[in-house]
Design a protein around this ligand. Structure first.
Ligand SMILES: [Zn+2]
Length: 291
C-alpha cells in the first residue's frame, strides 16, 4: 500500500525498529539474512530524520554547532534530573528547570524564573569552571534554545513522571543501556530519541505488580549486584514489562503521516545527483581556467 508515494509498511517497519529500541543495522541485517524484503539502513535513517526529530538532526549537523555535541550527555542527564529532582511532579518547576539548562550551558546560572530562579549546583570554581561554555548569541546557543525549548518538547517535559524515578536511578540507567548500548555511537538525534524511548518505556512499566506463582506466592530472585562485591541480595520479581505503548506509537505514526504537511515528507537538503555533479564540474573547470 502506498501512502503518498511512500510504502506504508516501510514507514511502519522504521517505526517498529525505533519504538522497540532495536539497533537498525542489526535488525535489517537479520531480516535480510532471513530472505525477507525490507528497507535499507539508509531508508530507516531517512525516516528517523524526517519523522522523529528532523530539527535536532539539522541542529547537530549545522556549521558552528559542533560544540553542542560536547553538551549532549549533560543535556540528557538534565532531562532525567529535571523529573527526578521534582518529587511532587510540579509541571511549572519542571519546565523552569528544563529551560534553565539553556542558560547554564552559556555560563549563566541565574534564571529569573519564579519556580527555579537559579541553578541548584554550588558556585562553580576552579576545575568546575573549566567547561566548553557556549557563547551567548552564537549559532550553537541559538540553535540549542530553538531545539530544546520547542513547545511540543516542553509540554512533554511538564508531564515527566517523577515518582518512580527517584528510587530507580539504577534501573533507569540500565534501561538506557538497552535502548542506547554503549558499544555503539549514535548521532545526537539518535541518542536523544532513544533516551526519550527509554523514558517512555520506564514510565510505562515502573508501576508493575510483583509476579506471583500459581499459588499466589510472591516470586523472589537472588541477585549479585556489582556494588555488593560478591554479596547477594533478594529482590521480588516483577511482572514482565509491557511494550503496549509501542502499538499506540505505531498507530499514531501511521495516522500522523497521512495528515502530515507536504514539507514533512520531503528533505529540502537533498539535491538531484545530475544537478550536483553539474555544479561540481562547473566549479572545477573555473578553477582550472584560473590557473
Ligand atoms: Zn548552572
Amino acid at each position: 500500500m502506498l501512502y503518498r508515494n511512500m510504502p506504508a509498511c516501510n514507514l511502519l517497519l522504521s517505526g517498529a525498529i525505533h519504538f522497540s529500541g532495536c539497533m537498525a543495522t542489526q535488525t535489517i541485517r537479520m531480516l535480510k539474512l532471513l530472505g525477507l524484503q525490507c528497507i535499507s539502513v539508509g531508508t530507516f535513517f531517512r525516516h528517523q530524520r524526517l519523522y522523529i526529530g528532523w530539527m535536532l538532526d539539522a541542529a547537530a549537523k549545522e556549521r558552528e554547532c559542533e560544540d553542542l555535541k560536547l553538551w549532549r550527555p549533560a543535556i540528557i542527564n538534565h532531562l532525567y534530573w529535571t523529573a527526578a529532582s521534582t518529587p511532587d511532579g510540579d509541571s511549572d518547576v519542571m519546565e523552569d528547570k528544563w529551560q534553565s539548562m539553556v542558560n547554564h550551558v552559556q555560563d549563566i546560572h541565574e534564571h529569573g524564573t519564579p519556580a527555579f530562579p537559579c541553578c541548584a549546583h554550588p558556585p562553580l570554581e576552579g576545575e568546575a569552571r573549566d567547561k566548553e561554555w557556549l557563547e551567548p548569541g552564537t549559532t550553537a546557543a541559538i540553535k540549542l534554545e530553538r531545539v530544546t525549548l520547542r513547545t511540543a518538547l516542553v509540554k512533554d517535559v511538564r508531564k515527566l513522571s517523577p515518582q518512580h524515578q527517584t528510587y530507580s536511578l539504577e534501573a533507569f540507567n540500565s534501561l538506557i543501556l538497552h535502548f542506547a548500548p554503549k558499544h555503539t555511537g549514535f548521532s545526537f538525534l539518535g541518542m536523544y530519541s532513544r533516551l526519550l524511548m527509554a523514558a517512555l518505556h520506564f514510565n510505562h512499566n515502573s508501576s508493575r505488580e510483583v509476579a506471583r506463582t500459581s499459588d499466589g506466592e510472591v516470586r523472589y530472585a537472588v541477585r549479585y549486584p556489582r556494588f555488593c562485591k560478591g554479596g547477594w541480595v533478594v529482590r521480588p520479581i516483577k511482572e514482565k514489562p509491557s511494550y503496549a505503548y509501542a502499538a499506540a506509537l505505531m498507530e499514531s505514526l501511521s495516522e500522523g503521516y497521512s495528515r502530515s504537511p507536504e514539507t514533512l515528507r520531503e528533505s529540502s537538503a537533498e539535491i538531484a545527483k545530475d544537478e550536483a555533479v553539474g555544479l561540481y564540474l562547473a566549479r572545477h573547470s573555473q578553477f582550472n581556467t584560473g590557473n
